[in-house]
Design a protein around this ligand. Structure first.
Ligand code: ADP
Length: 671
C-alpha cells in the first residue's frame, strides 16, 4: 500500500512552531553521515530509523547500517524497492514502501538514544525557481536533471534538530507507518515506543557537541570538494564545447578548408596550451607532407612550411597504418622512440624541434586518411582523457569539413561543366538554325521566282530548279550528318569491333569516293600500304566512313592536277597510323584544330564553293576517339597541302581469319 501524506507535513501539523529550512543534498549527506558516526562512536543502544528515497541511495549507505546494527537491536531502514530491497528482518529491519508512496520524495533519519535525540526530516523540492544556466541543473520542466555531477545541488526543505520532543514525534510518525507497512513488527515497534518514546519528565540530554560538529565539518568539506570537482568537469566540458562549437561555426561559415584549419589550429593549440600545434593535409600513400597550419604556444622554432617526411617517420607511419591516435607523454622513455636505431630520422626530428611530448591524431573520413593533427610539448606532458577526447572531436570535425569542401568543389566543377554544356547547346541550336536556313532561303527564292514568273526563259528555269535541288540535297546531307554526330556525341552508338585488314577498308573507301565524285576530275590518288601490316581492331563500317570523308576532303580541296596519297604504317605503341596527304590548298597553322569543330568551313557558311556540311571532320574525330585512336591535321600553311593522320589499335594475336568488310549500310546510320 502507498501512503500519500508527507511525514514532514504531519510533523509540522503536530508541532506548528517548527520552521523548515532549505538544505542542499551535499549538506544533508554531511549531516546524516555525522549523525550516523555519532551513533557508531557512542556507547548507548539507540532507536535508529532511516528512510531513503530510493534503494540506490540506501545501497551507498548499507555498510554503515550493518555496523550500526551491531550496536543496537532497534534499527529500521525504509526505501522504495528497485532490485534487491525488500521487507526483511535480518541484521536490521528493512521496510519496502511503494515507489508512489510520499516517502519516495522524502529523506529522514531519526536517532533516539539515552543521552541525546536528533532527527533530520526533509522532503525534496522538485521544482527549482528557474533553470540554472546552460549546464542545466534543472531541465525544461523545472525538475532536477539527472546529471550525476550536479546531484549535490538537489534541494530539500525540512528540519534538522537535536530537540528530543521533535525527534520523538518524528520517530512516532515513522513507527506508525512502519506498522502499516509491516504489521508483523508491531510487538517490536511497541517495545521501541515504550523504551524510547516515553518522555521522562525533567530529563535533559547531555552530549558533547564538539565531536559531532567536527565530523559535520569534515563531511561538509568532502561535499564541497565533490562539488568543486563537478564544477571543474563542467568547466572542462564547457571549454571543449566552446572549441568544438567555434570549429563547427567555422565549418558552417566557410566551405574553404583553409579558413577552417586556421581556426582549428589556433583554438586547439591555445586551449590545450601546447608548445606547438600542427595541422596538415596528407593521404595514406603520400611519402611527405608540407606543414600548412601551425600554432606556437612557447618560444619554440616554427615548423610551418617545412616538409615532414611521412615515409621515414615510424611514429607517423604507425598512425597511418592503424588509423588511430598515438600520444607520447615522455619521448625519452617511450618504446616508439627507444626502439628506433640510431641514427634515426625520428630522434633527429625530436632533437631538432624540441619535442618532449608528442600527440599525433589522424584526420579521417570513413577510414580514409585526409590529414594529421599534431601536438608538441617542449617538456614531458601526459595528456588527460578530456584533452584526448577534444583532439579526437576536432580531428573528426576537420574530416567532415574536408569532405564537405571536396563535395562542394566537385559540385562547382559539375556546375561549370553543366553551364558549358548549356552554352554549347545554345550555340549549336543557333548555328544549326542558321545552317539550315541558308539552303532553305535559296530553295524558297528559286521556287518563288518560278511561280511568280511563268515567262522565265527555259535555261533560267533549269538553273533555278538545279539550284533548288542542290540546296535541298545539301540540307538532306546536313540533317543526316547532324544526326550522326549527335548519336556519336551522346554515346548511343554500338561499336562492332573486330580484327580487320586496313587495306580492305582503304580499297572500299576509295571505291566509294570514286563513285561519289564520278562527275568531277579527281586528282591522282595512290595508296601505299605494305602487305604485312597487322590487323586493326576496329568497326569496319565506321572506319570506311572516316577514310571516305578524309579522301573526299583531300579531293575537294586539291586541284585535279594535284596528288592525294593514303598510307598506313605500324607504330611502336601497338597502333597503326593512317595518313591522307594532299597537295591542295593547305590549312593555316592556327586552324589545324579548328577544322575539327562543328560547322567550321574556311569559306564561312555563305560562301561555300566546295559543298560539304562542315560536320565531316567533327564526325571523324568522334569515330576515331570511339575506336580508341586519335586524329589530327598537319599542314605547312596555305597552298602547301594538308595531312590528316589517325591511329587505331592493332588487333590482339592470334587474329581470326579476316572477314570481308560489308558494303551494306547498317541500320545504325541515321538519316
Ligand atoms: P566540310 O563538309 O566543309 O568538308 P569538314 O568538317 O570535313 O567539313 O571540314 C571542315 C573544313 O576544314 C573544310 O571546310 C575546310 O575548310 C577544312 N579542310 C578539311 N579538309 C581539308 C583539306 N584536305 N585541305 C584543306 N582544308 C581542309
Amino acid at each position: 500500500m502507498s501512503i500519500p501524506t508527507s511525514v514532514l507535513e504531519d510533523l509540522l501539523q503536530a508541532l506548528p512552531h517548527l520552521h523548515p529550512q532549505i538544505y542542499f543534498k551535499a549538506s544533508l549527506t554531511a549531516l546524516s553521515h555525522a549523525i550516523e558516526d555519532q551513533i557508531l562512536a557512542g556507547s548507548s543502544e539507540p532507536l535508529v530509523i532511516a528512510s531513503f528515497q530510493r534503494e540506490r541511495f540506501y545501497r551507498q549507505e548499507a555498510h554503515r547500517y550493518l555496523r550500526i546494527a551491531e550496536r543496537t537491536q532497534q534499527v529500521y531502514v525504509l526505501a522504495a524497492p528497485e532490485t534487491d530491497f525488500k521487507n526483511c528482518s535480518d541484521h536490521y529491519e528493512t521496510i519496502a514502501f511503494d515507489p508512489t508512496d510520499r516517502l519516495s520524495h522524502e529523506w529522514h533519519l531519526v536517532v533516539i538514544g539515552a543521552q541525546y535525540a536528533t532527527c533530520l526530516v526533509c522532503r525534496e523540492r522538485e521544482a527549482l525557481p528557474q533553470p540554472l544556466g546552460k549546464h542545466g541543473f534543472a531541465n525544461k520542466s523545472g525538475k532536477s536533471s539527472d546529471l550525476p555531477a550536479m546531484d549535490q545541488v538537489r534541494r530539500f526543505e525540512g528540519i534538522w534538530t537535536f530537540d528530543r520532543e521533535v525527534s520523538c514525534k518524528v520517530a512516532e510518525l515513522l513507527l506508525d507507518r512502519i506498522s502499516i507497512y509491516r504489521p508483523e513488527l508491531t510487538p517490536k515497534i511497541e517495545q521501541a515506543r515504550t523504551q524510547f518514546l516515553t518522555l521522562l519528565p525533567g530529563k535533559t540530554d547531555s552530549v558533547d557537541p564538539d565531536p559531532f560538529a567536527e565530523r559535520l565539518v569534515t563531511y561538509l568539506q568532502a561535499g564541497q570538494y565533490k562539488l568543486l570537482k563537478a564544477y571543474r568537469s563542467i568547466a572542462a566540458q564547457e571549454q571543449r564545447e566552446r572549441l568544438v562549437n567555434s570549429i563547427t561555426t567555422a565549418i558552417r561559415q566557410s566551405l574553404n578548408p583553409d579558413d577552417i584549419f586556421k581556426v582549428a589550429v589556433r583554438e586547439l593549440g591555445a586551449s590545450l596550451k601546447v608548445s606547438r600545434c600542427l595541422i596538415y593535409r596528407c593521404k595514406a600513400t603520400d611519402t611527405k607532407a608540407t606543414i600548412q597550419y601551425e600554432f606556437l604556444g612557447d618560444p619554440v622554432q616554427p615548423l610551418k612550411g617545412q616538409v615532414w617526411s611521412l615515409q621515414d617517420n615510424s611514429l607517423l607511419q604507425e598512425v597511418i597504418q592503424r588509423r588511430e591516435r598515438i600520444d607520447i607523454a615522455a619521448i625519452e622513455a617511450d618504446p616508439h622512440i627507444t626502439a628506433a636505431e640510431e641514427p634515426s630520422p625520428l630522434i633527429e626530428l625530436i632533437n631538432r624541434w624540441q619535442i618532449s611530448a608528442w600527440l599525433v591524431a589522424p584526420v579521417l573520413y570513413q577510414g580514409r586518411l585526409l590529414g594529421m593533427v599534431e601536438l608538441h610539448q617542449s617538456t614531458p606532458y601526459r595528456w588527460i582523457e578530456e584533452e584526448l577526447a577534444l583532439v579526437d572531436a576536432i580531428a573528426t570535425q576537420l574530416g567532415v569539413a574536408l569532405i564537405q569542401a571536396e563535395a562542394y568543389a566537385n559540385l562547382e566543377d559539375l556546375n561549370q561543366q553543366l553551364e558549358a554544356l548549356d552554352r554549347t547547346r545554345s550555340n549549336l541550336v543557333a548555328i544549326t538554325g542558321h545552317e539550315l536556313r541558308t539552303p532553305l532561303s535559296t530553295i524558297q527564292v528559286c521556287l518563288e521566282s518560278l511561280v511568280s514568273e511563268p515567262d522565265m526563259p527555259l535555261e533560267l528555269r533549269q538553273i533555278m530548279l538545279d539550284t533548288a535541288l542542290t540546296d535541298a540535297e545539301r540540307m538532306r546531307k546536313l540533317v543526316q550528318d547532324f544526326l550522326t554526330l549527335s548519336r556519336l556525341e551522346s554515346g548511343r552508338v554500338e561499336w562492332h569491333v573486330e580484327p580487320l585488314p586496313i587495306q580492305e577498308c582503304i580499297d572500299l573507301s576509295l571505291s566509294n569516293v570514286r563513285t561519289r565524285q564520278r562527275h568531277h576530275d579527281l586528282p591522282n590518288i595512290t595508296a601505299q600500304v605494305s602487305s604485312d601490316l597487322p590487323l586493326v581492331k576496329t568497326d569496319g563500317e565506321w572506319l570506311v566512313e572516316v577514310l571516305a570523308k578524309l579522301m573526299d576532303n583531300a579531293c575537294k580541296f586539291t586541284e585535279s592536277t594535284g596528288k592525294v596519297t593514303i598510307e598506313a604504317r605500324t607504330r611502336g605503341d601497338r597502333m597503326i597510323e593512317v595518313t591522307v596527304t594532299d597537295t591542295g590548298r593547305g590549312i593555316e597553322p592556327n586552324r589545324l584544330e579548328t577544322v575539327f569543330e562543328r560547322f567550321y568551313q574556311e569559306e564561312g557558311a555563305l560562301r561555300r564553293t566546295a559543298g560539304g556540311t562542315g560536320l565531316g571532320l567533327a564526325i571523324c574525330r568522334q569515330i576515331i576517339t570511339g575506336l580508341g585512336g586519335e586524329i589530327w591535321a598537319e599542314s605547312a600553311g596555305r597552298d602547301q597541302g594538308s595531312q590528316f593522320h589517325f591511329t587505331l589499335p592493332i588487333a590482339e594475336e592470334p587474329p581470326e581469319p579476316p572477314k570481308p568488310v560489308s558494303t551494306k549500310k547498317k541500320s545504325k546510320r541515321s538519316g
